[in-house]
Design a protein around this ligand. Structure first.
Ligand SMILES: [Zn+2]
Length: 90
């Protein structure tokens, strides 16, 4: 699985070192609840899920990751899988 890092900063500019909760709101937003050590208060950031969808990595990235994963399997792994009755497609 590939994923894109979401930069997370408080309005004061501090980068939180601890996320308290991640959730979904009733208006279709991703909600990230964290503690800001600088402001000494809990902060809630929201991001519309439509924006999240648009910012997801493209599918090609995911396919490339899967191909790379298959290619890292060694012959010993293949023998092990064959012993379990699992075969790679020719
Ligand atoms: Zn802050």
């Amino acid at each position: 699985m590939s994923y894109r890092h979401l930069p997370l900063t408080c309005e004061c500019g501090e980068v939180p070192d601890r996320i308290l909760e991640v959730g979904l709101s009733d208006v279709h937003e991703l909600v990230i609840h964290f503690w800001c050590a600088e402001c000494r208060r809990s902060v809630c950031l929201t991001k519309p899920l439509t924006e999240c969808w648009q910012e997801c990595p493209p599918p090609e990235t995911r396919q490339a990751a899967q191909v790379a994963l298959v290619h890292t399997n060694s012959e010993a792994d293949a023998r092990f899988l064959r012993a379990l009755g699992i075969r790679y497609p020719e």
